[in-house]
Design a protein around this ligand. Sequence first.
Ligand code: FES
Ligand code: FES
Length: 168
Amino acid sequence: MAIRVNGTEVASPDDARVSLLDHLREGLHLTGTKVGCNQGACGACTVLLDGQRVLSCLTLAVQADGREVTTIEGLAEGDGLHPLQGAFIEHDGFQCGYCTPGQICAASAMLRELAEGVPSYVTADLAQERILLSREEIRERMSGNLCRCGAHNGIVDAIFQVATEKAA
Ligand code: FES
Ligand code: FES
């Protein structure tokens, strides 16, 4: 069995107990994906699995068999930055940067969820055709990604800017 990681087919680990996080970091040396709590509480390990955000510490590598994994290393097209990467720089959306790969992967999936009309806990009107973008929506939808440095305001501003540009 094989996994596609950032467009390249790689072998699954022989040991079915290996997490996707460990396989990415230890097996494939893609260390952009970070280990935080290693138990599903911080979001540092967030990657995309078939375009949806998952916590790679709680996902077995074998669960990604035959599927597409995107990590922070593969998010941008070509040599340029992904719009979220540029916006995080512009808005000081990080300090130590440890949470940043997970934040950006989560944000890219979250913007798609928003565009697809998936409601959140704070969506006031579930019947509305288009969910109104607000910082409250972004905070709620990004609440699974913790930043120990307190860069949350910059993170929200960066995501808000990219979401606004997408909607324009
Ligand atoms: S390392 Fe996976 S959620 Fe914290
Ligand atoms: S920038 Fe340091 S944990 Fe978020």
